[in-house]
Design a protein. Structure first.
Length: 342
């Protein structure tokens, strides 16, 4: 079966085709980064309107890339949440309308489940069970994954997520949007050992996270340096490097502890922060010593994308978790939706 997937939860419009037998056929993505950069962050109304403009041309493009027609599609999947309500409604309404017109089932997919399963699009493919570190935008979670749809929450952020800590620190340093990649780039010019920052909840004996205190520590350091006339370019680079290292060390330590507590030997990292080079290197080094495996999605599938939504739907169809005959065309979206509730 060929599944057409739509992703529109925030500021990327993604469309993809996945075959349950052949895997990913084609995917295309439009990022709104340039549009939102002028505002220093995502403007929900602008995001929704841009999804409306992009979704149909992107659908035509992905069909052409895969040399496939709508008549060959067997089901349509879309992100139903979590995310921005208006943005979600664009993808959901297009998917449901298209499914109704073609008399096809429409499958609502949890955005984080898409991220969670996306490393299985890569080779080698992680086998179940595994521990998943979800570091996507406003989410930082550790999950035990026993199979598709079988998720147990091990720990999560109590306030700011890792991605938010990257973005907010970047804003304090006067960097552009999106902040995470900009901060990582500046960190390459800095020395992380020159500035000592806290590692929030590193020794909490839990698998929960907290990064709001780190942001506050960065702000304090920066203001002190400005008062003393020391906030030059090198100091800012050092502060960026120290921030990146603090976040990565916490993520790596918690992930390693999760593997130890569960007795599992496979870690899957998913979400936008999973593209961070220092995180990838640190996890590979730490877990390699423990003879554990770590899996990442391809770099072009770390951010939000339609491929992960279509693939999650395909995985559910293959396991009989979707009643294709009973899928109606009434729909709702869920801006807040706990993954463990699936």
């Amino acid at each position: 079966m060929i599944i057409l997937g739509f992703e529109s939860s925030c500021d990327e419009t993604g469309v993809a085709l996945v075959c349950t037998e052949r895997g990913l056929l084609a995917h295309t993505l439009h990022s709104q980064v340039a549009m939102h950069a002028a505002y220093g962050g995502v403007v929900p109304e602008l995001a929704s309107r841009d999804h409306v403009r992009r979704v149909v041309p992107l659908t035509r493009q992905v069909l052409e890339q895969a040399e496939t027609t709508l008549q060959e599609v067997g089901a349509i999947a879309y992100t139903a949440g979590p995310g921005l309500a208006g943005a979600l409604l664009v993808g959901a309404s297009v998917a449901q309308s298209l499914a109704w017109s073609l008399d096809l089932p429409a499958i609502p997919i949890h955005h984080l489940e898409g991220h969670l399963l996306s490393p299985r699009l890569a080779t080698p493919c992680p086998e179940f069970p595994f521990v998943a570190l979800l570091v996507s935008g406003g989410h930082t979670q550790l999950m035990r994954v026993d199979d598709v749809g079988q998720y147990t929450l091990l720990g999560e952020t109590l306030d700011d997520a890792a991605g938010e800590a990257f973005d907010k620190t970047a804003k304090l340093l006067g960097l552009g949007y999106p902040g995470g990649p900009a901060l990582a780039k500046l960190a390459e010019q800095g020395d992380a050992t020159r500035i000592v920052l806290p590692r929030p909840m590193l020794h909490s004996h839990t698998l929960d996270f907290s990064f709001s205190g780190l942001k506050t520590a960065v702000l304090t350091r920066l203001k002190d340096a400005e008062r003393q006339g020391q906030a030059d370019a090198q100091m800012r680079a050092d502060l960026a490097a120290a921030t990146e290292l603090a976040i990565v060390e916490v993520l790596v330590a918690k992930a390693a502890t999760a593997l130890e507590q569960t007795g599992l030997t496979r870690l899957v990292v998913a979400g936008g922060v999973g593209a961070n080079r220092l995180l990838r290197q640190s996890l590979a080094k730490r877990l390699g010593k423990r003879k554990a495996e770590v899996f990442f999605p391809p770099l072009d599938l770390c951010t939000d994308n339609g491929a992960m939504i279509a693939f999650a739907a395909a995985q559910r169809v293959q396991r009989g978790l979707v009643d294709l005959a009973g899928q109606g065309h009434g729909f709702d979206v869920h801006p807040r939706w706990e993954l463990a509730a699936l």
